[in-house]
Design a protein around this ligand. Structure first.
Ligand SMILES: [Ca+2]
Length: 373
């Protein structure tokens, strides 16, 4: 099944890994990237970093917009400054160049509106940060919400303990998850929007802990995308140490990305969930029949295979895709992700031809082979 996707995220290493995963799926068309500036990275910096990663990945033609840094909620707990500073500087030590001409705008809601309005297909939103942008879009353009296929969210904690104290040692909050508590009101508005929501809470992500084997395999891999994820994880490994890495880090955002495109990897329960606007808790509200029904990923099937499946999927990414090739693909009506093999082969021929003709613009492009799987 093909998916037209908007990736709403907050710019951490986890979000970048989720992006790499999305980019590796030939059935996914990433139409736009919106930055939840109420999350880990600040708006413009996060967008610039994201543009640099996209450029590195050869998908630099995707438009990026950042949202407001002001949550909708009166009561909220932002990500701590020390963490935001680390994420703002995520490019450090990774030899990743800035995008020379990124398409960045300062209005995430308008980018979502444009994409949804112009899309012939229903649009899926993968949200791996606080839900401020999505809630504002729903508030401002309610008539467009029926064009949203589903919103897949990494956030919340149902029976699992929250993760606030991992970032805020002084907090007594044991029930909330960081993305939701950064803007609880936004989450509640999304939950009650009637748009189908798939929630990937800590209960699900706790089933896929990070492992030393995963980290070392990424480091040993010759695949450039694996190496990039390795560098992102290395910051965590070096900064927090092995013990914390293997005992307190999980596959958060990338698991949500996997569930977004391969829902069969998990089991779900429909739950009447509400968000407590003070504590940020995502709790089942059995007393209120009107409360929203959310599909909650409760069980990951074969959780021990997930990390290797993530790595494996990433090796399938169409690569290397230069910006030139991506822009040619966009212009090429013969190519649509998910089309049959023959059409894709024809598209490759057209692209190769056009790349060869345009080598004067890019010395590298002519050396690169495009394969569509
Ligand atoms: Ca995130």
């Amino acid at each position: 099944m093909s998916h037209v996707v908007i990736f709403d995220n907050d710019g951490s290493s986890d979000d970048i890994t989720a992006l790499i995963y999305l980019a590796s799926d030939p059935n996914v068309t990433i139409k736009g990237i919106t930055m939840a500036a109420t999350g880990e990275a600040h708006g413009l910096l996060g967008a610039k970093n994201m543009a640099a990663f996209c450029f590195q990945l050869g998908i630099g033609g995707i438009p990026i917009a950042y949202g407001t840094e002001k949550p909708i909620s009166k009561s909220f707990l932002p990500f701590p400054d020390y963490l935001r500073q680390i994420i703002d500087n995520i490019l450090e030590g990774k030899s990743i160049k800035e995008h020379p001409n990124p398409i960045i705008t300062d209005n995430a809601v308008e980018l979502i509106r444009t994409i949804v309005q112009e899309s012939n297909d229903k649009v899926t939103i993968l949200a791996t940060g606080p839900l401020t942008n999505i809630a504002q879009f729903i508030d401002q353009y309610p008539a467009l919400t029926n064009k949203i296929e589903k919103i897949v969210i990494m956030g919340g904690a149902i029976k699992a303990e929250g993760n606030i104290q991992a970032l805020h040692k002084e907090s007594t909050n044991k029930v909330a998850e960081c993305n939701i508590l950064a803007d609880p009101e936004a989450a509640q508005r999304v939950f009650s929007s009637k748009i189908p929501v798939v929630l990937v809470p800590l209960d699900a992500t706790n089933q896929v802990p990070m492992t030393e084997a995963f980290y070392l395999s990424l480091g040993l891999s010759q695949n450039p995308d694996h190496h990039l994820i390795y560098l992102l994880l290395k910051d965590i490994w070096d900064g927090f140490g092995r013990e914390i890495f293997v005992n307190h880090f999980y596959l958060w955002d990338p698991l949500a990305a996997m569930i977004c495109t391969q829902p069969a990897i998990a089991e779900y329960e429909s739950m009447p969930l509400v968000v407590d606007l003070e504590s940020g808790q995502t709790r089942v509200d059995v007393s209120n029949e009107s409360s929203c029904h959310i599909q909650v990923a409760t069980k990951i099937l074969e959780p021990k295979t997930i990390l290797s499946r993530l790595m494996e999927k990433i090796t399938e990414r169409i690569e290397p895709k230069t910006d030139l090739i991506v822009s040619l693909l966009d212009k090429n009506a013969a190519y649509t992700p998910g089309h049959d093999k023959q059409n894709n082969e024809e598209a490759v021929k057209v692209v190769e031809l056009e790349v060869n003709e345009q080598t004067k613009y890019s010395d590298n492009a002519s050396k690169k082979k495009v394969t569509l799987t």
